[in-house]
Design a protein around this ligand. Structure first.
Ligand code: GRF
Length: 200
């Protein structure tokens, strides 16, 4: 299974995917693409993974940037595109080019807390639970069919920092699990949604 990973920052989810692939050989990272220079792209390159920066600031419109991203991704021939801290919304043309093959990971129990500052908002609301969601990317931010979620209980002593750390640890388990499940045929994504198969 060939996976391309889109990043904008630290790239710890990209590293978790790369570590799991190194250990279990279920997939190949055909390309890591960033929309700006970032530490994650340097870590990917240091691992010998093909990388590209398609700098958003070199493009006038989101459509032009999407177009360039699409062309580069199509060349890499990924089966799936995993967004991992990719801080941009992609347009309909991009999504339609890779129907039900673009995934995102988000640090909340969707549909709660789409967007930024999820840990702060969960705490401010006095939420009892928090967590992480992997979903198929649609045109709306942090929307689209949910593939897998993991929850944790918020403790009275939790701060945004401790929550972020604990949620990130779940992310590093969940995203590789989703990729290996796709690679093994245990999970199937299509325009009609998400299907988990029973293993005989
Ligand atoms: C993660 O919390 C991810 O869920 C969110 O952005 C963060 C990216 O972290 N979309 P990293 O770049 O993978 O370390």
């Amino acid at each position: 299974t060939r996976v391309a990973i889109l990043i904008s920052g630290r790239g710890s989810n990209m590293e978790a995917l790369a570590d799991d692939i190194e250990a279990n050989h279920h997939s190949t990272i055909c390309l890591v693409v960033a929309n700006k220079p970032c530490t994650g792209i340097d870590s990917a390159a240091a691992r010998g993974i093909p990388t590209k920066i398609v700098n958003r600031s070199n493009f006038d419109t989101r459509e032009d940037h999407d177009h360039a991203m699409c062309a580069i991704l199509a060349d890499a021939e990924p089966d799936y595109i995993f967004m991992a801290g990719y801080m941009a919304i992609v347009g309909a043309a991009f999504i339609d080019r890779f129907t039900a093959r673009i995934l995102n990971i988000h640090p909340s129990l969707l549909p709660a807390y789409k967007g930024l500052d999820t840990h702060e908002r969960a705490l401010a609301d006095g939420a009892k639970q928090h967590g992480v969601s992997v979903h198929i990317v649609s045109e709306q931010l942090d929307d689209g069919p949910i593939i897998l979620q993991a929850a944790l209980t918020i403790n009275p002593e939790d701060t945004a920092t401790t929550l972020a750390t604990r949620v990130l640890a779940l992310e590093h388990i969940l995203y590789p699990l989703v990729l290996s499940s796709l690679a093994h045929g245990d999970l199937e994504l299509s325009h009609s949604g998400v299907k988990w198969h029973n293993r005989e």
